[in-house]
Design a protein around this ligand. Sequence first.
Ligand SMILES: Nc1ncnc2c1ncn2[C@@H]1O[C@H](COP(=O)(O)OP(=O)(O)O)[C@@H](O)[C@H]1O
Ligand SMILES: [Mg+2]
Length: 237
Amino acid sequence: MSELKITSLSASYGLAVALTDVSITLRKGETVGLLGRNGAGKTTLLKSIVNDPEISATGEVTVAGASLRKTPTYKVARRGVAWVPDNRRIFTSLSVAENLDIAKSRKAPGDQLDKVLANVPLVEKLLKRRGFELSGGEQQAVTIARALMGDPDFLLLDEPTEGLAPLIVEQLRTSISRLPSLFDLGVLVTEQNFRFVTELADRVHILETGQAVWAGAPDELVARPDLINRHLSVGEK
Ligand SMILES: Nc1ncnc2c1ncn2[C@@H]1O[C@H](COP(=O)(O)OP(=O)(O)O)[C@@H](O)[C@H]1O
Ligand SMILES: [Mg+2]
């Protein structure tokens, strides 16, 4: 069975340790949420999976049993792992259609664009717009569509709701929730938004100062306000 398996992953920036001994398994067809406060290590975990050169990591990351650790960042997508960074990083001077076109991969089916446009709300009517003309929610939809152009097996989403209005967050939740079955992929989504993740994920992990402090089902977490108060930011609903 195809899975993305993270085993005893530790990571540091130079001498600064940002992640210690984290293990997470993500299967195709499911969504795993990674919650934690600002600075908890969520982005570092995703960057470690894709071997961001800024980070030195130890431990193992495998896709369908084969190690990803020596695959350079630009080749990780070819191994079936698509990363949507927290700053969204679309090409602002290019149109949405061009942003999608350059993300096409040889491995993806010829009709991948049609499939993406049919299944990621909003994007089709934005095709002619340039990146700089998009709102935050539109940018997020386009970055997800772009990641899907390579027909990935696993999608890594870094704080997709950051800076978005509640209504847009709700639309985003609906569209992300459909991705595992529509595209036969696994989603690993990091968030500070506790409600977003518990409504979306099959399993949830909590990180605090780079350590995995809790893992379980969303329902278990909803029933544990003590955990929410202890490990997630005050004021989160
Ligand atoms: N480029 C960097 N250089 C040094 N330290 C970093 C860098 N990026 C992040 N860190 C540190 O690593 C820790 C985890 O950060 P990060 O993974 O960005 O957390 P999160 O995504 O959960 O907010 C923090 O202490 C942060 O200050
Ligand atoms: Mg982050």
